[in-house]
Design a protein around this ligand. Structure first.
Ligand code: WT7
Length: 649
């Protein structure tokens, strides 16, 4: 394992600003300092009571006999209980009088607006549930979703949950082969897609990709197609059905299936440092309780909030903080289909003003991209409805934090920087506004039940201000339960790296006030625009191209994307590498998000005598830094100079 701090870490380490929530915010905050301290203490000293109390606010069809059964590294939460998360998100809210409250306000990239009340959403979900049952989907099955950001994405997820089928959402930016790999790994018989989704005015051809993926997914029986773009794609008789036909014709009578608390809720594929993407498996009860509690407390959620998370449902942020967490709390969720710069860079602020958004949760990469365009875009709009801002997905540099706070939040809205992962299911570290002041660049304090620490690789706990590895010392309700189909990988990657603790893969430090500053990945995982990519995956895609012999991929600090992809490749004997063809090839294998920003074509890569590629040096070369460290183990140290002198293409 190697550590590769990016350049802005220096800025973070020297950041000393402390910004309290405004008096107005603090005076009415849901969680005050006293509440946070008492709740956190109880969650650590008496977790069973703490979690039982939170879970007790939701509906269960059968009670648990035990809160936690921990057989390291396997956890069962709310043992023996039965529930249904879609029931809790919809039926429960309708039953408590929220039927006419808006659940989803959707805005298409083309400006179309659609609204669903809780009752309307419940009806749609019931119909979709019946449609899936009609296509032969049963409890325990997996259903793959490859959809744009349209209400049908949330409806499909909830419909799966309602009948006890696990959904596996594949981000619409992933390629044909990434899609077929995920369909096959999950053994899904049904795929839900759309003819396309609008992105920068173009229709992304999702159905065409689905057709191509189906060629390599022999187990797939049906493709359900939402008509989003009116593009009239070819439909294969017997296999393909229109959403509006099957859901339109389905009955709106359906009772949610009571499932075991540990019944699989979803699989979400994410990149690791080795091998193919991992199917992170989340189950029902613990995930429900974790997303429910964190949404309410972290975002200080109120009945009249209009909550907007700009993530895509293809990522875990969309699962936990567009669909499940907010709907479990009976919130009104804004969902936006398209790009932040369509028709121009004022789009986010136009949406905030038009709908009166009160809570905005977005990613540092979006903040930095918008910040670059200057203050005139946000300044054109009335942003006074906003009262809380959130950040997620990667470290936020203090400069972007301050801009977000000042220009978007008018120095009125607290900024919550939230650290968590696909695997953690819900927010793990953040500074609750109103309880403790924020420190720009630092995610802050642990959430309830999160027993975090900084350790060495050997498992020695480090004190304040020492940089080390971020670990979690005990299970929490919304943690992943396994890697789908590969429990050995689960055990090794998460609980086997450092004995008896969950290893997050991030480097971090904790200051004297207990605030955690997360520096970034210490494994071979890149974070490009908040999207997680494994260097190995990109390398495999590169070497699969006939012109490439060897490839090594590293990340390079980038002002907007956080990190960008740099590929070092050696040509296959006698071949020339065409950079455009290689980029197109990576797009085809994984998706455009993995396309190398820079390609360095070389005759050799820096290797040890035993043949191991020394990526540490490649990171230095990619960043244009002078080469530091012991080069004497290299078989041919002169390779480094040649690489450093090569212009990227
Ligand atoms: C990785 C997880 C959390 C949902 C979106 C990403 C990085 C995430 C922060 C933050 C510093 C962060 C970490 C983590 N990360 N949030 N607030 N500060 N780093 O989920 O794709 O599973 O990626 O994102 O490196 O390990 P993911």
């Amino acid at each position: 394992m190697t550590t590769h701090p990016s350049d802005h870490i220096d800025a973070m380490l020297h950041e000393s600003r402390v910004i309290p929530a405004s008096d107005t915010f603090a005076a009415q905050a849901r969680v005050t300092r006293e509440t946070y301290d008492a709740m956190y203490r109880q969650s650590i000293d008496d977790p069973d009571t703490f979690w039982a109390d939170v879970a007790g606010e939701l509906d269960w069809m059968a009670p648990w006999t035990q809160v936690l059964d921990w057989q390291e590294p396997h956890a069962k939460w709310f043992v023996g209980a039965q529930t249904n998360i879609a029931y809790n998100a919809l039926d429960r809210n309708v039953a408590r009088g929220l039927g006419t409250k808006r659940a989803i306000v959707w805005e298409g990239e083309d400006g179309e607006v659609r609204t669903y009340t809780y009752s309307e959403l419940l009806t749609e979900v019931k119909k979709a549930a019946n449609a899936l049952l009609g296509l032969g989907v049963q409890a325990g099955d997996r259903v793959t979703l490859y959809l744009p950001m349209i209400p049908e994405a949330a409806i499909s997820m909830l419909a799966c949950a309602r009948i006890g089928a696990a959904h596996s959402v594949v981000f619409g930016g992933f390629s044909v082969s990434a899609l077929s790999d995920r369909i096959n790994d999950a053994q899904s018989k049904v795929l839900i897609t759309a003819d396309g989704g609008l992105r920068r005015g173009n229709l992304v051809p999702l159905k065409a990709n689905a057709d191509a993926a189906a060629q390599n997914a022999p187990g797939l029986e049906h493709i359900v197609v939402v008509n989003r773009g009116g593009s009239n794609p070819p439909m294969q008789a017997g296999r393909d059905v229109w959403w509006h036909d099957v859901v339109g014709a389905a009955s709106d009578a359906h009772e949610a299936l009571a499932v075991d608390s540990e019944h699989p809720l979803f699989i979400l594929y994410t990149s690791g440092s080795t091998g193919k993407p991992k199917g992170v498996l989340h189950t029902t009860g613990g995930y429900m309780v974790g997303t429910y509690l964190t949404t309410r407390t972290v975002f200080d959620l109120r009945d009249d909030d209009l909550y907007w998370c700009t993530a895509d449902v293809g990522w875990v942020t969309g699962h936990s903080y567009i669909v499940y967490g907010p709907l479990l709390n009976g919130a009104t969720v804004l969902m936006y289909e398209g790009a932040p710069n369509q028709p121009d860079w004022g789009r986010f602020w136009d949406i905030v003003q038009k709908h009166g958004v009160t809570i905005l949760y977005t990613a540092p990469t979006a903040i930095r991209a918008i910040m670059r365009q200057g203050d005139e875009y946000p300044n054109r709009y009335d942003l006074s409805s906003l009262r809380l801002l959130g950040s997620v997905g990667e470290p936020i540099n203090p400069e972007a934090w301050m801009w977000y706070y000042r220009v978007i939040g008018g120095e009125r809205c607290p900024v919550v920087d939230t650290w968590w992962q696909t695997e953690t299911g819900s927010i793990m570290l953040t500074t609750l506004p109103g309880a403790y002041p924020s420190k720009p660049g630092s995610a802050g304090l642990p959430m309830f039940g999160v027993d975090a620490a900084i350790m060495t690789r050997e498992g020695e706990e480090l004190g304040p201000d020492d940089g080390g590895l971020l670990v979690i010392k005990r299970p929490w309700p919304s943690m992943l339960r396994t890697v789908y189909g590969d429990d050995a990988r689960y055990q090794k990657a998460y609980w086997g790296e450092i004995p008896h603790v969950y290893f997050a893969g991030d480097g971090a430090r904790r200051d004297g006030d207990g605030y955690y500053t997360v520096m970034g990945r210490v494994d071979d995982v890149l974070n490009v625009s908040g999207h997680r990519l494994g260097t190995m995956e990109i390398e495999s895609a590169l070497v699969a191209h006939p012109s490439v012999s060897e490839a090594a991929v590293v990340g390079k600090p980038d002002d907007v994307k956080g990190e960008c992809v740099v590929a070092f490749v050696t040509p296959q004997g006698g071949q020339t590498v065409d950079p455009a063809a290689l980029r197109a090839h990576v797009s085809k294998e994984i998706g455009a998000l993995a396309r190398p920003d820079a390609i360095i074509i070389a005759d050799a890569l820096p290797k040890t005598r035993s043949g191991k590629i020394m990526r540490r040096f490649l990171r230095q070369i990619a960043a244009g830094r002078t080469i530091e460290g012991d080069t004497s183990t290299l078989e041919d140290p002169a390779v480094l100079e040649r690489l450093a002198a090569t212009e990227p293409v």
